[in-house]
Design a protein around this ligand. Structure first.
Ligand SMILES: *[C@@H]1O[C@H](CO)[C@@H](O)[C@H](O)[C@H]1NC(C)=O
Ligand SMILES: *[C@@H]1O[C@H](CO)[C@@H](O)[C@H](O)[C@H]1NC(C)=O
Ligand SMILES: *[C@@H]1O[C@H](CO)[C@@H](O)[C@H](O)[C@H]1NC(C)=O
Ligand SMILES: *[C@@H]1O[C@H](CO)[C@@H](O)[C@H](O)[C@H]1NC(C)=O
Length: 216
């Protein structure tokens, strides 16, 4: 199957990204399109975004602090206040999207933030955190309540640490993937190929950027 994917980005640091994927030999129109949600106060709720039926993937952006012993933090602009339990209200919205067959992923990284992996142990620790807080694991303090996200998107733009640990993080996450509970992994590498941070081998879905790439 030939896949051509085009990614449109706003140029602002606060990313408001639109990913458009053309799946040449596949039928359903919304199969072709994914969107990043969470950095634009005017973009409506997740439920509204999914109700357009324009998207088959909605990627919540971003978890932009994590790794190396950092207390992880999400940033969803003014959609919710992560310092209280406020973002748990997304739980209902996430489920509304999933009921429509839309996959909901969490994007880690972003252009703005403080993240990086220091070691294999650190990658394991972050993997456990993501699994227990956002995916099929358990925790008393899940930021999005009991909604179980479908996977993790890697938008690694300015990380500290070595590239190899991102691959290890992906492998740890992938170890949770089963036939009953799939864990989707995607990545938005920079335009220059191959990407400086991400190896291309491990990702199930690779968003190709149409803009906002860095030349090097
Ligand atoms: C959804 O797609 C339709 C048709 O392409 C377009 O007119 C509309 O603006 C889109 N809605 C959103 C919220 O992107
Ligand atoms: C492990 O991760 C948690 C949450 O991500 C963090 O609070 C803790 O400091 C980390 N531990 C190490 C040894 O990095
Ligand atoms: C991890 O934290 C230590 C101590 O603050 C710092 O020296 C090191 O550069 C950091 N490593 C990464 C990959 O961020
Ligand atoms: C996850 O499991 C499903 C079903 O077993 C499989 O089709 C898919 O390729 C797996 N994904 C990864 C990332 O291994």
């Amino acid at each position: 199957m030939i896949r051509i994917r085009i990614v449109l980005y706003s140029s602002s640091l606060v990313l408001n990204l639109l990913i458009i994927t053309f799946l040449v030999s596949n039928a359903v129109e919304s199969d072709n399109i994914a969107i990043y949600w969470g950095q634009n106060d005017n973009e409506g709720t997740l439920t509204e975004t999914c109700a357009t039926e324009n998207y088959s993937y909605v990627i919540i952006a971003f978890l932009n602090k994590f790794g190396n012993g950092t207390t992880p933090e999400i940033n969803l602009a003014n959609h919710c206040d992560p310092s209280s339990d406020d973002c748990a209200k997304l739980s209902t919205h996430i489920k509304n999207c999933q009921r429509k067959g839309i996959k909901v992923l969490l994007s880690i990284g972003g252009a703005d933030g403080d993240y990086g992996l220091a070691s294999t142990d650190d990658a394991k620790n972050v993997s456990d955190y993501l699994w227990n807080q956002f995916l099929g694991g358990n925790s008393f303090s899940r930021p999005f309540g009991d909604a179980i996200l479908d996977g993790i998107d890697f938008d690694i733009e300015n990380s500290k640490g070595k590239q190899q640990y991102w691959v290890e993080l992906a492998i740890f996450l992938k170890s949770h993937n089963t036939s009953t509970q799939n864990v989707y992994l995607s990545a938005a590498p920079q335009c220059p190929f191959p990407d400086g941070q991400l190896a291309k081998e491990w990702s199930m879905i690779c968003w190709i950027r149409g803009s906002n790439g860095r030349s090097r």
